[in-house]
Structures are given as C-alpha cells and as structure tokens.
Design a binder for this molecule. Structure first.
Ligand SMILES: Cc1cc2nc3c(=O)[nH]c(=O)nc-3n(C[C@H](O)[C@H](O)[C@H](O)COP(=O)(O)O)c2cc1C
Length: 223
C-alpha cells in the first residue's frame, strides 16, 4: 500500500516542468540563506560510488572573479551576469584504493580502520581496474566527474521545488579555466579538475514549452 497522494506526485512533476535552463536571471533577486542551505544539503547528501564523494564545490562570490570567468566560460555569461549564486563543481583526480582521499573517507568520515589489504579496499581496486577499466588518469577523472552530476541534478531539483531557477553549464574551455583558477590559488590541479558550473537564481521571463522525446522512445521494458 502506498501513502503517496496525487497532490504529492503533481508537486514533484510540476517542479520538473518548471525547471528550465535559465538564460536570463534577475540580478536583483537573491536566494535566501535558508533556501541556499537546503540546496547545499541536497548536494552534500548525494550518493557516490563506494561513498567516496569525489567532489568539491567553489561558490564564486567575488565580482572580479565572475567578470574574469567570462573569458573562458561562454556558456556561463548569463549566469555570471544575473544569478544569485554561482558554483564551479570540481571532480577529484586519482581516487584509487591507495589514495589519501580514500583513506580519509574510510577513517575520518566512515570511522573505520583503513588497510590496503582489507576486503573492501581490494573490492574497490578490482572494481576500478577490472570491472570499469579505470586504468588511466583520464578515465579516473571522468568517472569522478560523472558522479559530480548527481549533486548537480539534486541541486537543480531541490531548487526547482523551492521555485528557484538554475542553469547547468558545460560551456567553458576546461584547460584555460583550470589554468586561470590554479593561478588564482582556487584550484590544485594535482587534486581536482573542473566538472561543470551551475548558476542559481530567479528567471526574468516565462519559459517556452519543453521539448522532450516520449517515454516510448527512451524506455525499453524487458519482460
Ligand atoms: C551538462 C549540461 C551542460 C549544459 N551547458 C549549458 C551551457 O553551457 N549554457 C547554457 O546556457 N545551457 C547549458 N545547458 C542547458 C541545456 O541546453 C538545457 O538543459 C536543454 O536544452 C534542455 O532544456 P531545459 O533544461 O530548459 O529543459 C546544459 C545542460 C546540461 C545538462
């Protein structure tokens, strides 16, 4: 038996219909501290492979940095001009069984002893090396980067439920951006690379109707 109501379902679907990649933000409207904390919690509580959370987020408040970012981030200009909050999501590099990050997660976050020979460590190694073929720096970065898109979706959906608009952004030159952030002391390129950006705020105008494939086109039921 389900306790869900038609109203609850409608609230969820309305949020998804309301969410749209916002091209023009109203610079005079700011997200409240409480709403912002809720959005950040949605990111922080997101799931990740083995629970290793291979991510970090820069919240860019500096007007100077926002201005300078425009040079490398053509897809972010609208957000940089008007969004209340602007995030750059970073993905961790080289999250392997013998990395200091995995040790930190296991010991400090999970509160467990870490050992290179523990079954959990060996399983993770086997998963990365054999099952998922994560045998290059690029493959490892892309695997971490994929996971950063889970907090992205959760932040956008949470925002939409709170009637806050957003725009996910991949419109930037990654290597130029990373060089810039590193020169500014905002990015340690041995530890992280840029995954995406996200603008959040309030739209200035109503949105066109969504265009999507039908469920039939994207779903195959295997009976
Ligand atoms: C990973 C990703 C990257 C995107 N990059 C940009 C971008 O750089 N600039 C932009 O204005 N929109 C960007 N978009 C927005 C998409 O164009 C938009 O989500 C898509 O056209 C569907 O429209 P809707 O989100 O309004 O429903 C991006 C979306 C995603 C998911």
């Amino acid at each position: 038996m389900t306790m869900n109501t038609p109203e609850k379902r409608q609230e969820i679907l309305s949020a998804f219909e309301h969410r749209h990649a916002t091209k023009a933000f109203d610079p005079s409207k700011k997200i409240s501290a409480e709403d912002w904390e809720t959005i950040l919690e949605a990111a922080r509580l997101s799931p990740s492979s083995f629970g290793y959370e291979p991510w970090s987020f820069l919240l860019i408040e500096s007007p100077q940095v926002k201005e300078e970012l425009k040079e490398f981030a053509w897809g972010a200009i609208n957000s940089l001009n008007g969004a209340s909050h602007f995030i750059i999501a970073l993905a961790r590099k080289n999250v392997t069984a013998d990395s200091s990050h995995v040790k930190h997660m296991v010991e400090d976050v999970f509160g467990l002893p870490f050992s290179a020979d523990a079954p959990q460590t060996q399983m993770f190694k086997q998963f990365q090396v054999k099952d998922f073929d994560l045998n290059s720096e690029r493959a490892l970065f892309d695997w971490a980067s994929k996971q950063t898109y889970i907090p992205l979706a959760n932040m956008m959906t949470t925002a939409a439920l709170l009637k806050i608009d957003s725009c996910p952004i991949e419109g930037f030159n990654r290597s130029e951006l990373e060089t810039y952030l590193s020169k500014k002391g905002l990015l340690d390129t041995t530890e992280f690379g840029v995954s995406y950006m996200l603008g959040l705020g309030y739209r200035t105008k109503e949105i066109p109707l969504k265009k999507r494939q039908t469920t039939d086109e994207i779903l195959t039921v295997v009976e």
